[in-house]
Write a protein that binds this ligand. Structure first.
Ligand code: NAP
Length: 242
């Protein structure tokens, strides 16, 4: 086993998660590059990083999370930083949205809750140390038409951050959120062009953010920021300040 602190980043096969994995790799972490369908991309990233390994799980499936945590326990024995980054969205106005779309989006937030619970029980509470960083979204604060389940689940993730930070006060485990705005990844590329233009028009800095700009905020919360707890750090070019 390596002596380096271990950072687990969910949804690290692409987009913001990949940039977070790179940033934490630069900081000397041994990085757990988690993926669901993007095995080749995750393996390529793990090879590129100085000290990394891959892990698979569909975050919607508790049994797969159990297996992932068991593998971490056996192979690594510690988790110092958990970044709940994996995300999924379905765009549809509420009257047209099928129930299973709601379930698919909500199950990601449930998975973040379940993974965090296991990481706390198996690692961080025993270590008496850790950092948990939840990747939420500006739209959990502002709302967004066509994204009711997504905005509900992202607001819920920030509520988890606040409640858990209070539960863990005194255990040397800090819990914070990073709430990105409109970031240039596959997720935003899938939005209808008209919606992209509407959102862009609301960004005071006049451009989309880069995944690396979100990763910088995570890097700070993971390695510094010793007196920041239960906070939501907005990275959105000025759309919303909290
Ligand atoms: P993305 O490019 O769509 O990537 C999503 C990531 O989540 C992928 O690595 C994917 O894994 C993983 N994932 C999706 N469903 C999963 C599941 N059921 N189980 C496990 N992993 C799953 O997204 P992104 O733009 O980088 O977003 C990253 C995070 O930031 C998300 O939580 C998103 O909601 C949030 N966010 C993004 C923006 C934005 O503008 N892009 C804004 C605000 C918040 P595989 O590819 O391996 O399947």
């Amino acid at each position: 086993m390596s002596d380096a602190p271990v950072a687990l980043v969910t949804g690290a096969s692409r987009g913001i998660g990949r940039a977070i994995a790179r940033a934490l790799g630069d900081e000397g972490f041994r990085v757990g590059v988690h993926y669901r369908s993007g095995k080749d991309a995750a393996c390529a990233l793990a090879k590129e990083l100085p000290n990394a390994f891959t892990l698979h799980a569909d975050i919607k499936e508790p049994a797969q999370i159990d297996a992932l945590v068991a593998e971490l326990k056996k192979n690594e024995g510690r988790v110092d930083v958990l970044v709940n980054n994996a995300g999924y969205n379905v765009n549809a106005l509420m009257p047209a949205m099928p129930l299973d779309s709601y379930d698919a989006v909500a199950a990601i937030a449930r998975g973040a809750w379940y993974l965090t619970k296991l990481v706390l029980r198996r690692f961080m509470l025993r270590q008496q140390a850790g950092r948990i960083i939840n990747i939420s979204s500006v739209v959990g604060h502002t709302g967004n038409p066509g994204q009711v389940p997504y905005t509900m689940s992202k607001a819920g993730l920030d509520a988890m951050t606040r409640s858990l930070a209070q539960e863990l006060a005194g255990r040397n485990i800090l819990v914070n959120s990073v709430a990105p705005g409109f970031i240039d990844t596959d997720m935003t590329a899938e939005l209808p062009e008209a919606m992209q233009q509407q959102i862009l028009a609301r960004v005071p800095l006049g451009r989309m953010g880069k995944p690396e700009e979100v990763a910088d905020a995570v890097r700070w919360l993971a390695t510094s920021a010793d007196y920041v707890n239960g906070s939501v750090l907005h990275v959105n070019g000025g759309i919303f300040g909290g």
